[in-house]
Design a binder for this molecule. Sequence first.
Ligand SMILES: *[C@@H]1O[C@H](CO)[C@@H](O)[C@H](O)[C@H]1NC(C)=O
Ligand SMILES: *[C@@H]1O[C@H](CO)[C@@H](O)[C@H](O)[C@H]1NC(C)=O
Ligand SMILES: *[C@@H]1O[C@H](CO)[C@@H](O)[C@H](O)[C@H]1NC(C)=O
Ligand SMILES: *[C@@H]1O[C@H](CO)[C@@H](O)[C@H](O)[C@H]1NC(C)=O
Length: 530
Amino acid sequence: MEAKEVEDTKSNFRWCWFWLVSVIAILVIVAGVLAILEDLKDSKKDSASHHPGPIVKKYADALEIALQFFDVQKSGKLVNNRIVWRGDSGLLDGIEMNLDLSKGMYDAGDLMKFGFPMAFTATMLSWAILEYGENMKTVKQLGHARDSLKWITDFLINAHPSENVLYIQVGDPELDHQCWERPETIRGIRPLTQVNTSFPGTEVAAETAAAMASASLVFKKIDSSYSNLLLEHAQQLFSFADAYRGSYSVSIPQVQNYYNSTGYEDELLWAAAWLYHASKDLSYLKYVTELNGQQFANWGNPTWFSWDDKHAGTHVLLSRLNIFGAKGMSSEENLDLQMYRKTSDAIMCELLPDSPTATSSRTKGGLIWVSQWNCLQHAMASAFLAVLFSDYMVTTQISTLYCHGKSYSPADLRDFSISQADYILGNNPMKMSYLVGYGSNYPQKVHHRGASIPVDANTTCKDGFTWLDSINPNPNVAVGAVVGGPFLNETYIDSRNNWMQAEPTTYNSALVASLLSSLVRSSSVVDSFT
Ligand SMILES: *[C@@H]1O[C@H](CO)[C@@H](O)[C@H](O)[C@H]1NC(C)=O
Ligand SMILES: *[C@@H]1O[C@H](CO)[C@@H](O)[C@H](O)[C@H]1NC(C)=O
Ligand SMILES: *[C@@H]1O[C@H](CO)[C@@H](O)[C@H](O)[C@H]1NC(C)=O
Ligand SMILES: *[C@@H]1O[C@H](CO)[C@@H](O)[C@H](O)[C@H]1NC(C)=O
């Protein structure tokens, strides 16, 4: 009995312990699970604000290749040259006006330095660095991108010797096209072309202002005096562009055969938008909203983003302000920014392949295709805007884009951009990479003087044409070049004389570098530069 009692007490005691321990254990487990759930929630938030996805090797590799084309295109006394078949050239450019215009980049397969597309190249490089510099840094390309940008902005600074004068061209395109030679063998002094108060060039001055304003942001933390210098030039050039309105295609009709401009309203808005970002001066914000938005922005009407038309880029750049918010903005200005945002939405809805308002300007394989000449430019420029807009949405946790009642996610936009990039890198009916140097099948007869002529050739201007006409592959690889691209029927003729398809441009490489830097990680959040 006693023994049993003791036994009972003992067993009661054990039961008590058992329950106590169990309850504590359950509490600990519940607390643990709650903590893990909380962690998961945090890490989700975190991944939206701090941790972009893993590196995608093919885009990282392609970016490294793409950026090398800027080295291929450099004029002047080369520094840390990475291209074995390139050397110094254009050292006398600018000398007759006592200017050093030796730097900058050749435009395409020829040896002209055209200010309008060159400035656009710089603006796009800056934009890519500002949004995706972290991605570039991760794959060790940020230094190269910045160096290339500075090679152009050094030139632009020297091309703007006084407030209302801007040199917009080095070389005479008619004479230039009568020769087929390496830049290293150019002889003699090349003519310069300027815009000024009597012969204005609003679009080229404004694009140059946009290039310098955006670059001033890139260099702000690295070299503040260079950054301030760029901003000063940008502000002066914008005032010049705005005060003396006129298209350079009208002032200097010869330019129409090369980079003809179809209007300057877009460049004025684009430049003012960049100047607002660079200076935080509210007068630039007022310029793009109250003062000129209604008149210049063509709200509600999507157009293709290109070296000639900056509307789409401006809509997206100003959506950035609408999405992220800007300090000191009036409600009136905010309403106007919403118009840019709505137009960006409309642009995105045109790009998405299965949206009710999808553009029909596509190949069967899905590549955005707008023009025979350099068709890839529109695909790359559109894809960059789409992935950027997608990342604006992700960063601010906007989950849905509505296109006439159908809803899309940021991932749909990113998928569209990936489809364009993959097409260009070889996922196309020709199984051809249109980025030279990438993959195993890329164009061998790129329309490019330097690449087509052996370094030790003894030819110059006229006799150099034998290299244009040669049926052999280029002796030098124009690494990083993006050629014009395929026909609408998705075929491509790899022939040096087929310049419509086979000629690369420097601004193409800025577009592909922008796109690739955005895709280097499987998901991205944009760096804030506001
Ligand atoms: C202004 O530019 C035009 C067009 O390039 C040029 O012909 C003219 O000489 C320039 N004016 C001056 C004063 O240099
Ligand atoms: C240049 O653009 C203007 C404006 O769009 C147009 O009127 C003109 O015909 C174009 N010139 C050439 C040579 O294409
Ligand atoms: C150029 O001339 C040099 C000297 O005459 C010769 O050795 C070299 O092979 C020539 N280069 C080519 C590509 O013909
Ligand atoms: C593709 O289009 C081009 C340009 O329109 C044409 O010249 C070529 O013959 C076409 N190729 C095929 C295979 O249809």
